[in-house]
Design a protein around this ligand. Structure first.
Ligand SMILES: Nc1ncnc2c1ncn2[C@@H]1O[C@H](COP(=O)(O)OP(=O)(O)O)[C@@H](O)[C@H]1O
Ligand SMILES: [Mg+2]
Length: 215
């Protein structure tokens, strides 16, 4: 599904190489965890996979087609295929849960209300639609972020330290959710420090020496 060939990436404004001939393949049936030390480039790699960062050399293929470095085409690519859970939640605090999840939809649909209800129930937030983000807990907000990423049923869900700020119980809930998502056919690429999170993924990689190394 995803192929990276010989990716080279320099850290902006310096001459340091962050990735050097990094290659990676993700097949249709696999989810992967990416681990690695702070500063090894995990977040940067997710940004490249998401199409946010196109300043790299090398080839990124999605289902056999090269992912364009053109901004407009990238936005469409992202909307059509990729859901993202970033480290800063990027939720609108003064808007409702429902309004925030709506932002993840490709376009308005007739069944929008039911779709949002379904996704809220999937993430364990039934009845939360009308609450404002400012009124819910951190763990609940994290689930709203996941719901927003999942509402368009992306082929790939990228997650950057999705449980980093959560307590153990909430982490377990999110883990169960990730296992369920995979049953619906969405594949995950998760950057994580947690071995428990890595364990829900079939493939495990470490980012080191400027490359992705299979564990
Ligand atoms: N926009 C940027 N400008 C300058 N340096 C950056 C920028 N983004 C990332 N870096 C640098 O690139 C390296 C990798 O960062 P990052 O991908 O965030 O690593 P990780 O997520 O593994 O901690 C770090 O040394 C960081 O300081
Ligand atoms: Mg990071």
């Amino acid at each position: 599904m995803i192929h990276l060939y010989d990716i080279q990436k320099k850290i902006p404004k310096t001459n340091t190489m962050l990735f050097d001939n990094l290659s990676f393949a993700l097949n249709n049936h696999q989810s992967v965890a990416i681990q690695g030390r702070s500063g090894s480039g995990k977040t940067t790699l997710l940004k490249i996979l998401a199409g946010f960062d196109t300043r790299y050399n090398g080839i990124y293929e999605f289902n056999g087609k090269t992912v364009s470095k053109d901004t407009k085409k990238n936005i469409k690519f992202r909307k059509d295929n990729i859901g993202i859970i970033t480290q800063n939640y990027n939720l609108l605090d003064d808007r409702t849960v429902q309004a925030n999840i709506q932002l993840g939809l490709k376009e308005k649909s007739k069944n929008q209300k039911e779709e949002i209800e379904d996704i809220l129930s999937l993430v364990g937030l039934s009845g939360y639609g009308a609450k404002k983000i400012a009124e819910i807990s951190g763990g609940e907000a994290q689930r709203v972020v996941i719901a927003r990423a999942l509402i368009k049923k992306p082929k790939i869900l990228l997650a950057d330290e999705p449980t980093g700020a959560l307590d153990e119980k909430t982490e377990l809930d999110i883990l169960n959710l990730f296992e369920e998502i995979q049953r619906f056919g969405t594949r995950l690429i998760i950057v994580t420090h947690s071995d428990a999170v890595a364990d829900v993924c079939a493939g495990k990689y470490v980012l080191k020496n400027k490359k992705l190394v299979l564990q």
